[in-house]
Design a protein around this ligand. Structure first.
Ligand SMILES: [Zn+2]
Length: 195
């Protein structure tokens, strides 16, 4: 029997009369790809504006085999940050969490079973973007480290799908609980029953 150790237990929505919404529209994947390209080009142009010396150095660095390896490793670290957030803040068990590779987009992903609180889901979704993207981007610009900025732009772009997911959580009631959609980009949310 499937049991979840996530802190919030499943609600029997068939009998409890609570609202369940499915947020996994097929356009979300296209939106993520488009946003990823916009963030890559826009981030690169912004970096060139605010970081003296930003230009061919990071481009040359990024063309090296070592840097390609760093990029692949960084994507794995990105997924590990999702995982660690789910295991800690989200209260999920290791057995609930699944790491895999989406052959459609050639990207690794992390999925989990069982519901978690909306704000824990939001933390898990945003954690890699903040830790590997936004914060290094700002620090790299601040300390004028072009290679760090270039890496951060790539990591911001790689978080485009997460940003699309996060945007779909905005406006949901704070007491909602969510499930990952294990087949496609998206999730289901159980909305709290009105008082
Ligand atoms: Zn992600």
């Amino acid at each position: 029997m499937a049991t979840s150790s996530c802190r919030i237990r499943p609600v029997n929505y068939e009998t409890d009369g609570v609202s369940v919404i499915e947020i996994s529209d097929s356009w979300m994947y296209s939106a993520a790809v488009l946003l990823g390209l916009i963030l890559l080009v826009g981030g690169w142009k912004l970096a060139a504006l605010v970081t003296p010396g930003f230009g061919m150095d990071p481009v040359l660095a990024l063309s090296s085999t070592v840097t390609v390896a760093i990029f692949v490793l960084s994507i794995l670290v990105h997924e590990m940050i999702h995982t660690v957030t789910l295991l800690t803040i989200g209260g999920c068990r290791w057995a609930d969490v699944r790491l895999g590779i989406s052959w459609r987009s050639l990207t690794p992903y992390v999925s989990w079973s069982g519901p978690i609180a909306l704000r824990h889901y939001q933390a898990s979704v945003l954690a890699p973007f903040l830790a590997m993207g936004l914060v290094p981007f700002v620090l790299g610009c601040w300390f004028n480290a072009p290679v760090v900025v270039a890496w951060a732009v790539l990591m911001i772009s790689a978080a485009a799908g997460d940003l699309v997911l996060f945007s779909r959580t905005v406006g949901l009631p704070g007491q909602s609980v969510v499930w990952d959609n294990q087949k496609m980009l998206g999730f289901s949310a159980i909305l709290p029953t009105p008082e």
